[in-house]
Design a protein around this ligand. Sequence first.
Ligand code: NAD
Length: 513
Amino acid sequence: TTSFGIEEALEQLGIKDVNQGTSTGNEWFSNGEEISSFSPVDGQLIAKVSTTSKEDYEKVMQSATSAFKDWRLKPAPQRGEIVRQFGEELRRLKEPLGKLVSYEMGKSYQEGLGEVQEMIDICDFAVGLSRQLHGLTMHSERPGHRMYEQYHPLGVVGIISAFNFPVAVWAWNTALAWICGDVCVWKPSEKTPLCGIACQKIAAKVFADNNLPEGISCLINGDYKVGEMMTNDKRVPLVSATGSIRMGKIVAQAVAARLGKSLLELGGNNAIIVTPDADIKMTVIGAVFGAVGTAGQRCTSTRRLIIHESIYDKVKDAVVDAYKQLRIGNPLDEKNHVGPLIDKDAVRMYNQALEKVVAEGGNIIVEGGVLEGEGYESGCYVKPAIAEAKNSFEIVQHETFAPVLYLMKYSGDVENAIELQNGVVQGLSSAIMTNNLREAERFLSHAGSDCGIANVNIGTSGAEIGGAFGGEKETGGGRESGSDAWKIYMRRQTNTINYTTELPLAQGIKFDL
Ligand code: NAD
């Protein structure tokens, strides 16, 4: 793999053979057990990381709570200037960081670069936003009174992220949290700790160059036990957690038990509805990229195609044909479409899903399987598979984080397709392929898709940072990134000011002394 420039990338990013996994900025320490990061690309050990002990965590929290007292006093546009510089550093290091994402996580190099581009985009967005943290002004019911609201910084924001977007999710949170005046403590996935270390180094340099204190950007590493230190910690008013529904239910309860706030970005079970008026060519591109991109390991991956019976065979044949052209292999090699799954556990889940769909009466129309031999030594490369299935199958109701696509038929009206699309517990992304205005508008209406994201004539996967990102139902209800998602990183205060010499009470209440 050295031929793809990985060694140089690691060097540029400051990744060593053994790394400390806890940091408050330029200070690095770590006394927890060591974890190893293996690449799913070639099965090689990339480097080791020592995790965060309870004592290390205490040190981090002391640094973060103390930094918050300084950082919140800096005017928001000046905080924006720091985020601007951070975006510049990301531009400078886009290639090595994109390469590390690809090598440690297994997505294609193009998608690795795309992830870093998302980080850059959210920085740009945050810079502008740093001058627009607006509240409203209201008219008081009392004479000589003025009322308005302000947004103030919240404190320490805890970020728990998943392996599949090992760098972008952190930036979506930090870029906004920082301009809002918060400080951040990040626990990346234990499957992608090196991406975390690389990002922390990039941020730390910017804070140090500007003579800012340690603690504004902090990193902790380890598995769920390290995550739990934050979810149970009253000093962390907001926990932003991205990952599985199983994790979200545990995290939400822990944070709620201390009446903290949580922002949850959990699993999806995304469908594309294909109506009789769909453009078949666009449908195939959208569906295939959605199903096999990132080897089906996106929260917005297309899992279900709900196709009208009148065009079912046509769409099915076109999609099956497209699958024949897929090249599976090293994601750093740009001629491949599909890279590896993250690890052998994921391969096991993929195999189980294919067994289950057959056991429940499904019909496999594109065979799956684990690839072996030269180039596939990591044991993590699988063939994207397609099965005809029913929405009611248990396995179809469940998000399998792998390239398994389920096809199902609907008949009659688009309402029937919408009912199937909504008939799962998750509510992240959805799409309709149609040139029929009535169908499109019904899909987007109050009685349409129940997802946080609903698209017309594009697939389910791939979102721009300008919109609020997140989903309903068991996807967790959180919103990140664009629109007014910033508000969750701040606390709102309502102010009433009396500029008279009287003290009238609200609602006209009389209280004479
Ligand atoms: P995961 O749930 O296994 O792990 C996610 C993170 O949560 C990791 O950092 C993990 O250490 C931590 N964690 C797990 N249990 C915890 C606990 N009890 N307390 C505190 N932290 C805990 O998920 P994964 O396999 O890394 O990622 C895949 C999942 O993430 C999929 O379900 C995918 O849909 C979802 N995802 C959602 C979004 C979104 O924006 N909605 C984005 C990316 C991924």
